[in-house]
Design a protein around this ligand. Structure first.
Ligand SMILES: [Zn+2]
Length: 343
């Protein structure tokens, strides 16, 4: 099979690798498309220290079942089925103890992050049956690659305690912020304001049905208050730097929650009184439970009309290295870039 290998930081190559075979309890997936995540880009440049040369990354994928490993017959999958996979793998021994909070299992690994796993910027990969999630055959296949980022957003919206009908401020209109808008719509929230300095990204979230504001033009909290005729009930920070956390704290009503899902900075300077005096609840959100993932998959399976806007372009495998290089140069692509492994 062919795969996109991180040869060195800043250098991706297409290489021929041995075909994997599904082991006991595993399903072999023929990958159709894999999305390039911000974390892959940071891995590519070497910034986040979570990826290593020689690695095959990829954790936002859609494909079809190519083969069923021993013991996976009769588990509801057939060769040819359209599927995605939940990349958070919990060992058999911990499945029961961590049911509903799989992301908290200390012995988990994440496909596409774990350096020893050849992941889905490859034409084939074997995944535990438990992590394979079937998708409807009639949905636009590329939308299956959005399930993972949408699952991140579904979890963040749940962590924030968002209720239908609330007003919500989202800091950041990048791929996470865009997915958060989708998850908010899914949760029955229509009053959404998103801030971003990038005009292309603001246009994209407007297309999804959110309002957007430019924090460089006027302080974002002032613009949020003007748009909602008051503060937001809840805010979600999809960036995670000092400025955006501060914007969220100032834009949220007294007693409201701010959810931190963006990982833009490892340390933050916090305006403590905006938490204590204003009684704001600051909650963290990281990946998703398998139930969040299943909910995201079910919703994407209904072919929501907004989903297509999240995909800016898809490129064949041979153009994968160029796509990484271009995105790492901040080429202004507003949404997701998918690599087609079947082309
Ligand atoms: Zn990701």
């Amino acid at each position: 099979m062919k795969a996109l290998v991180l040869q060195d930081f800043g250098q991706m190559v297409v290489e021929e690798l041995p075909d994997p075979a599904p082991g006991p309890g595993e399903v072999l997936i023929a990958v159709v498309a894999t999305g390039i995540c911000g974390s892959d880009l940071h891995g590519y440049t070497g910034e986040n220290g979570r990826r290593a040369p020689g690695q095959v990354m990829g954790h936002e994928s859609v494909g079809t079942v190519a083969a069923l490993g021993p013991g996976t017959d009769g588990t509801g999958l057939t060769v040819g089925d359209t599927v995605t996979f939940n990349p958070v793998v919990v060992p058999d021994s911990a499945v029961e103890a961590y049911a509903g909070r799989e992301q908290m299992c200390p012995d988990k690994y994440v496909i596409g992050v774990a350096q020893h796993v050849v992941s889905s910027f490859a034409q084939l990969l074997a995944v535990p049956r438990r992590n394979v999630v079937a998708l409807p055959a009639d949905m636009p296949v590329e939308h299956g690659a959005l399930v993972e980022p949408v699952a991140v957003a579904v979890h963040a919206v749940a962590r924030a305690g968002v209720q239908p009908g609330q007003s919500v401020f989202v800091a950041g209109a990048g791929p996470i912020g865009q997915s958060v808008v989708l998850a908010l719509l899914m949760a029955g929230v229509e009053r959404i304001v998103v801030s971003d300095v990038d005009a292309g990204r603001r246009a994209l979230v407007e297309q999804l049905g959110a309002r957007s504001v430019d924090p460089a033009a006027e302080p974002a909290p002032d613009q949020v208050r003007a748009a909602f005729d008051g503060p937001a009930d809840t805010s979600i920070d999809a960036v995670g730097i000092d400025r955006t956390v501060q914007d969220c704290l100032l834009a949220t009503r007294l007693g409201g929650a701010v959810c931190l899902v963006g990982m833009g900075a490892p340390k933050l300077a916090l305006d403590a009184y905006r938490i204590s005096v204003d009684e704001h609840t600051l909650v963290g959100s990281f990946t998703y439970s398998s139930a969040d993932f299943a909910r995201a998959a079910a919703w994407m399976g209904t072919s929501p009309p907004q989903a297509a806007a999240l995909i800016s372009r898809s490129v064949p495998l041979a153009e994968g290295p160029a796509a990484f290089a271009s995105l790492a140069r901040h080429d202004g692509t507003p949404g997701k870039v998918l690599v087609r492994l079947d082309r």
